[in-house]
Design a protein around this ligand. Structure first.
Ligand SMILES: *[C@@H]1O[C@H](CO)[C@@H](O)[C@H](O)[C@H]1NC(C)=O
Ligand SMILES: *[C@@H]1O[C@H](CO)[C@@H](O)[C@H](O)[C@H]1NC(C)=O
Ligand SMILES: *[C@@H]1O[C@H](CO)[C@@H](O)[C@H](O)[C@H]1NC(C)=O
Ligand SMILES: *[C@@H]1O[C@H](CO)[C@@H](O)[C@H](O)[C@H]1NC(C)=O
Ligand SMILES: *[C@@H]1O[C@H](CO)[C@@H](O)[C@H](O)[C@H]1NC(C)=O
Ligand SMILES: *[C@@H]1O[C@H](CO)[C@@H](O)[C@H](O)[C@H]1NC(C)=O
Ligand SMILES: *[C@@H]1O[C@H](CO)[C@@H](O)[C@H](O)[C@H]1NC(C)=O
Length: 643
């Protein structure tokens, strides 16, 4: 007996000597056991916090807090984001969440959020073992399985933060019995089924975020019982039915996101003034909403950002909108709104973004719009505005740098006054208008231009050399015009900088005849999309084309390009689509094409190619039509070659 005791003491000193020396305290055995199990479930800890968990006084371990009187462990806080000296460091723990954490029966806080690699499930019996739990924080991990029913026993639970995992199953209706719940963040999981009605019993709920799951059914009508609710996010689910009228009774609501569902019927609020007085952020876009924007919409005086886009809303933009003096962003695109833009819109002095594109709004635009001092982005594209010309005041708006006036019935030349806007233009879309004349040389002076879309007009000129000065250009779309001459200037954009920012070029459907020899000689290594089809380009493809390694889609079809296909094409390892049909390419198909494993779509038809199609994938998978109309191709998928 004595011998055995001695052995235990010696063992303990050997193993936990350090802990015993620094303090004589020893943690509660079940707490120790629970923590040891937790630690042994973790196979990798990039923060090294767990390696310092030695000794028996677990209360001194990093991330652990204990109750002074009972000595029991009350908190495990090992979040993935660690702040040291004002820097936020992301650490990772890989392994399994041991169900034995439930042995630590006085736990009030579990914060293991953002560890990325923590797998396993939420212990089924958690509710029976951890009656004091106030915060369960396990977001941004790799947890699977359901939210266990026993969670309904955690009557002290205030925060349930489990977003960004792979939790599944339906939300237990028993959730509704947790009267102290204040924050429920379960977004970006795989929850299915209906939102339980019982959730409306959570009288202390301030934040309910269930977005990006697969929840179906209706929004519970009694949701308005949640009198303290400030944030409700049910977006990106499969919800149906209408928006409950009762929402107007949510007096504390500030954030309401119901977008990207299948909600039908009208927008039911506001029905009188002073409803939802704090509502600041409202997103109802991408639903099936019908009817008019309520005429009293302007009573939601706290609104800052509103999106009603991509619904089936009809009628005019209500005049009352002008009363939303805090409004900074308004998205109404993709509806069937008609009538004129109300004059009152000019009162929105804080407005930064206005997008009313893809509606049925008629012109003329009210002159009051010229007082939108803070507007940076204006998108009026594809309405029935029939502007004839770009209003002069547009170019005088002091903050405007992103101008979208596609399909606005603009005629004549690109106006000179766009050269001297108070804010440098970054994005300009004048596509699908009736512009004629030339691409002006002064475009080269818009040095901050990032995207330029002049497609689908009647511009007839060469591309000015000055365009090579647009060092920041990322997107250039000039398709379907009457442009002539060389494309080489375009391949020189970004020359001065190693990577160049240009990723998208569409010059298709014009009358360009030369310049293909310059492709890949510039610095545009980042280009991902290139369409030069339907021109009259001559010459051969230079081997420098192989330098454009980021290329995903290339369309050179319907030109007069000839000679052999360069072997270097096989170096475009990101290529998904390669359209070379209707040219005069001759010689054999380079065997290197077999390296283009990402290629999903290819067309070499109607050229002068000969010889055996290189044997293997992906070439053998394309249909016969991709090879037809050549001079003498053979082999799979065509008929076998003659020996
Ligand atoms: C997530 O868990 C699955 C198994 O459930 C595992 O295969 C995967 O590697 C884990 N991911 C991370 C980031 O640890
Ligand atoms: C809003 O709340 C009031 C008082 O609690 C109630 O009488 C009314 O029916 C509620 N309105 C809706 C639309 O639920
Ligand atoms: C805007 O609010 C004022 C009172 O603040 C009100 O008199 C006016 O009718 C409102 N305008 C619109 C168009 O609703
Ligand atoms: C557009 O405006 C022009 C001139 O202002 C006019 O001639 C034309 O008929 C209008 N087109 C439509 C469809 O209203
Ligand atoms: C340019 O405008 C046309 C017509 O409006 C549109 O179809 C095209 O997608 C736009 N280009 C880009 C790259 O967005
Ligand atoms: C290239 O442009 C032509 C004409 O504008 C168009 O028909 C074709 O679909 C485009 N190719 C790709 C791959 O987008
Ligand atoms: C493909 O790229 C490699 C290295 O990036 C280079 O050595 C080779 O010459 C290139 N092949 C062709 C055919 O251009």
């Amino acid at each position: 007996m004595a011998f055995k005791l001695l052995w235990v003491v010696v063992f303990t000193i050997l193993t936990y000597g350090e802990g015993l020396r620094s303090t004589s305290e020893v943690c509660n055995p079940s707490d120790l056991k629970g923590l040891a199990s937790f630690k042994s479930g973790i196979i990798e800890d990039s923060s090294d916090r767990l390696t310092k968990w030695v000794g028996l006084n677990c209360c001194k371990w990093e991330g652990i807090s204990c109750d002074d009187t009972s000595g029991r462990v009350t908190e495990i806080r090992l979040p993935g984001f660690i702040s040291t000296d004002g820097f936020l460091l992301q650490s990772q723990m890989k392994g399994w969440l041991s169900p034995s954490v439930a042995l630590i029966s006085s736990l009030e806080v579990i914060d293991l959020g953002g560890l990325i690699g923590l797998s396993g499930t939420i212990p089924t019996f958690i509710g029976f073992r951890l009656p004091k739990l106030r915060k369960l924080i396990l977001y941004s991990n790799n947890l699977t399985g359901p939210l266990p029913e026993s969670i309904g026993k955690l009557s002290n639970l205030e925060e349930l933060v489990l977003y960004e995992n792979q939790l599944s199953g339906s939300l237990p209706s028993i959730l509704g019995s947790l009267k102290n719940l204040n924050r429920v963040l379960l977004y970006s999981n795989r929850f299915t089924g209906m939102i339980p009605d019982s959730i409306t019993n959570l009288k202390n709920l301030a934040q309910l975020d269930l977005h990006s799951n697969s929840l179906s059914g209706h929004i519970p009508h009694r949701i308005a019982d949640l009198q303290f609710l400030e944030e409700l996010d049910l977006s990106s689910n499969l919800l149906t039915g209408s928006i409950p009228l009762s929402l107007t009774n949510l007096t504390a609501i500030s954030v309401l996101y119901l977008d990207t569902n299948y909600l039908q019927g009208p927008i039911p609020f506001p029905s009188r003034s002073e409803q939802m007085p704090s509502l600041s952020f409202l997103r109802l876009h991408s639903n099936l909403l019908t009817g008019r924007i309520p005429s009293m919409f302007g009573n939601l005086v706290s609104l800052q950002r509103v999106s009603l886009a991509n619904n089936k809303l009809i009628g005019a933009i209500p005049t009352s909108l002008g009363n939303l003096s805090a409004l900074t962003e308004l998205y109404l695109y993709g509806n069937r709104l008609s009538g004129r833009v109300p004059k009152s819109i000019g009162l929105l002095s804080h407005l930064i973004l206005l997008d009313i594109s893809h509606n049925l709004i008629r012109g003329p635009l009210p002159l009051q719009m010229s007082s939108l001092q803070n507007v940076q982005t204006l998108d009026l594209s594809f309405n029935r505005l029939n502007l004839s010309s770009i209003p002069k005041w547009v170019a005088e708006l002091p903050s405007l740098s992103r101008i979208y006036l596609a399909g606005c019935g603009i005629q004549g030349k690109i106006p000179h006054f766009l050269q001297t806007t108070p804010s440098p233009i970054q994005e300009l879309d004048l596509s699908d208008n009736d512009l004629s004349g030339s691409i002006p040389t002064w475009l080269g002076s818009l040095t901050q231009l990032y995207s330029l879309n002049l497609s689908r007009n009647s511009l007839a000129s060469t591309i000015p050399d000055s365009i090579t000065k647009l060092q920041d250009l990322g997107m250039l779309d000039l398709h379907s015009n009457k442009l002539t001459g060389s494309t080489s200037q375009v391949f020189e954009i970004g020359h001065r900088f190693p990577d160049g920012s240009l990723t998208y070029i569409d010059l298709s459907d014009n009358s360009f005849s030369s310049g293909i020899d310059q492709i890949g000689t510039g610095a545009q290594i980042g280009i991902r999309f290139l369409n030069l089809s339907n021109n009259i380009l001559q010459g051969s493809l230079p081997s420098s084309i192989g330098r454009l390694k980021a290329m995903e889609i290339i369309d050179l079809s319907s030109n007069k390009l000839g000679s052999n296909l360069p072997d270097s094409l096989a170096n475009l390892s990101s290529l998904q689509k390669m359209k070379l049909q209707k040219n005069r390419f001759s010689g054999k198909i380079p065997s290197g094409f077999l390296k283009l494993i990402k290629l999903k779509d290819m067309d070499l038809s109607d050229n002068l190619l000969v010889g055996e199609i290189p044997v293997g994938k992906p070439l053998s998978d394309f249909p016969i039509s991709c090879y037809s109309g050549n001079r003498g191709l053979c082999g799979k998928p065509l008929t076998p070659c003659k020996l």
